[in-house]
Design a protein around this ligand. Structure first.
Ligand SMILES: Cc1cc2nc3c(=O)[nH]c(=O)nc-3n(C[C@H](O)[C@H](O)[C@H](O)COP(=O)(O)O)c2cc1C
Length: 291
C-alpha cells in the first residue's frame, strides 16, 4: 500500500516481549514532516522519537525505552509507493533513553535533572528576617548571569505542596538583600547542616556552630569562615510556580587573600570548592584539563 505524506513505515522493530504485542513490523506511524525531534503517541502507550538517518526510538510511556526501528523513507507529495522505502539497519544506531517530562511521575524529573546538571556550584545564602533573625542555607540551582552589572541567579523551591516559602525566599522577598558564600571543602559538613529544617527564626549559624559576620553594604549575615562571599541586592524575583528564581546583583566581593592569585582572580585550587552532584552527592575539584 502506498504511504501518504508524513507517514513512515517501521521496519526491523526490536522490542522487548512485554511491549512487543503493541508493535509489529510494518506498523505505520505518523511523523510530522519537517520536525526533527518529535515525540508522537504510537498506539497511545508509546512515544516515537524521530532520529537522524531514518531511525526512530521507541519508548514505552511507563516502562521506558523499548527499541529502535528503521524508518522507510518519507513519501513525497506525489504519494510514492512502498518500493521506494529504504530502511536503515537498526543495529547501526545506539538506543536513546527517551524521557518526556510531561509524562514522568513523582520526582523523576527533579532527580534526572540533578543527575545530569553536574557538577553544580553551591550558593550558601545568608539572609535576615524582618525581626532580625539570621538564616543560612545552601542552593545549587545557582549560576552566574552577567558581569556588568554582576548578576547571579538562584532558584529557591517552595517548601511543600501547599506552596509555603522557604525562609530564604521569604527573607529575600521582604528584605531584598542577602550574602552568597562559596563552599570550600573544610565547610562541607557545616554547609550540609544548614540545609536542616529549623523552626522559623532559629539560626542555622548557631545550629552548626559557625560565626556570622555582618555584611558591609547590606543587612545580611555571612559565615566568617567562607573564603569567598558576595553581598547582594535583589535585582528581580520571578515566581515560576513551584519555585522562585531570584536574580541578585553582587555589590561587593569578599575574597580571602589566601585564595587570590597575583592576577587578582580566585585560584580554584586554593578555594577548594565543593560541588553538588545529583540530589544528594558532593564532589571536590578534579584534575584540571586542557582542551
Ligand atoms: C547542597 C544543597 C543544595 C541545595 N540546593 C537547593 C536548591 O537549589 N533549591 C532549593 O530550593 N533547595 C535546595 N536545597 C535545600 C535547601 O537548602 C533546604 O530546603 C533548606 O532547608 C532551606 O532553608 P531555608 O528554609 O532556611 O531557606 C539544597 C540543599 C543542599 C544540601
Amino acid at each position: 500500500m502506498a504511504l501518504q505524506e508524513g507517514e513512515v513505515q517501521l521496519r526491523a522493530i526490536e522490542v522487548r516481549p512485554h511491549v512487543g504485542d503493541h508493535l509489529s513490523g510494518g506498523a505505520r506511524v505518523e511523523v510530522p514532516s519537517r520536525t526533527r525531534f518529535v515525540a508522537q503517541a504510537l498506539q497511545r502507550r508509546h512515544l516515537v522519537v524521530e532520529r537522524g538517518g531514518g531511525l526512530v526510538s521507541l519508548c514505552h510511556r511507563e516502562q521506558g525505552p523499548c527499541g529502535v526501528a528503521a524508518l522507510g523513507r518519507r513519501c513525497g507529495r506525489s504519494g510514492a509507493g512502498e518500493d521506494e522505502v529504504q530502511p536503515h539497519p537498526a543495529e547501526d544506531s545506539p538506543e536513546s533513553v527517551i524521557v518526556d517530562p510531561a509524562e514522568a511521575r513523582g520526582s523523576h524529573v527533579y532527580r534526572l535533572m540533578t543527575s545530569l546538571l553536574v557538577p553544580r556550584p553551591i550558593a550558601w545564602i545568608g539572609t535576615r528576617d524582618e525581626a532580625g533573625n539570621d538564616n543560612l542555607a545552601p542552593f545549587s540551582y545557582f549560576m552566574g548571569v552577567a558581569s556588568r552589572p554582576a548578576l547571579v541567579a538562584v532558584s529557591v523551591a517552595r517548601k511543600d505542596r501547599e506552596g509555603a516559602l522557604k525562609d530564604t525566599a521569604c527573607n529575600l522577598l521582604s528584605t531584598e538583600v542577602c550574602s552568597i558564600s562559596m563552599v570550600s571543602e573544610h565547610l562541607l559538613t557545616p554547609m550540609h547542616g544548614t540545609a536542616s529544617r529549623l523552626p522559623p527564626g532559629a539560626s542555622e549559624f548557631a545550629h552548626v556552630g559557625l560565626e556570622a559576620v555582618a555584611c558591609d553594604l547590606v543587612a545580611a549575615p555571612r559565615p566568617s569562615a567562607a573564603r569567598v562571599a558576595m553581598e547582594g541586592r535583589l535585582h528581580s524575583a520571578h515566581d515560576l510556580g513551584s519555585t522562585h528564581l531570584f536574580v541578585i546583583e553582587v555589590v561587593r566581593f569578599h575574597l580571602d587573600p589566601e585564595v587570590v592569585g597575583d592576577d587578582g582572580l580566585v585560584d580554584e585550587r586554593a578555594l577548594q570548592p565543593v560541588a553538588r552532584l545529583g540530589p544528594s552527592g558532593y564532589a571536590a575539584l578534579g584534575p584540571l584539563l586542557e582542551p
